[in-house]
Ligand binder design. Sequence first.
Ligand SMILES: [Zn+2]
Length: 299
Amino acid sequence: VGTAEALRCAWCGVPHDVASRPLGGRTVCAHCGVATTDPWPTDAQLDVAYEGWYRPGSGRFDAGGDILLRLSRGALSARLDRLAPPGPILDVGCGDGHLVGALRRRGRRAVGLERVSTGPDVIAGVIDDVEGEGTWAAVVFWHSLEHLPAAGHALDIAAKLLAPDGVLIVAVPNAGSWQAKAFGERWFALDLPRHLVHIPARALSRRLARNQIAVERVSHYRGGQVVFGWLHGLVGAFGGYDLYDAIRRSAARRRPMSLGERLAALGMGVVLTPLAAACALVEVAARRGGTVYVEGRRA
Ligand SMILES: [Zn+2]
């Protein structure tokens, strides 16, 4: 991955040209509508961006947040186990491996891929190296596709790995959402430089169709973070605070925060929650929610 790649769309591969639109930290492809992070980060910059605060060993959030994370993976594993035909499940960008663990407890063979191995069933590797074309019961990209240097290509490979009737699940921030438009460069889910592509829901559906994946469900709330995206943006706009830092453990913060700042940010968060929830409801109802969750099946 070098500088030259920043000149191409990381989703469709078409070189950026005069029709491409620069947009604070990213460039929108005129061909497919997906934005690529620009300037493209170096490997060293990405290593720094993923170190320390992003995922410290002590957990990212206070106890409640980490428990919620575990419960939501449990629910997803039950759904996957029900939807997918018999066979192994691949979780691309599996983080701490909560989903893989939950699937294994259900008796499913499951493997996770990550930048670094975080457990026995989590392999440090990329989807290009996965073997067994046409044999996987399901492939999951849970808020991971946007982190991949060649996200569109990774989705194509996933489609090939699937067995007939195999299930593909993708959850990504929706670059075509109203919250993305409202907050622009300060949108919570822009998350530069870790997010390398910024995908509108429509572009995702088109790519799945091209891969003979029949979409069975699209949801703008299952992917999570829809209310939080608004809340984070509103607290930032009105108070200048980073609410995401305020809810994280001190070791997991991007910038140090005094207790006073933290309380002010959390207080604003409480006050603005009804407004954020109302904004989220409206954008979800309009099918322009802050995240998009898609379930598809290989034809
Ligand atoms: Zn493109």
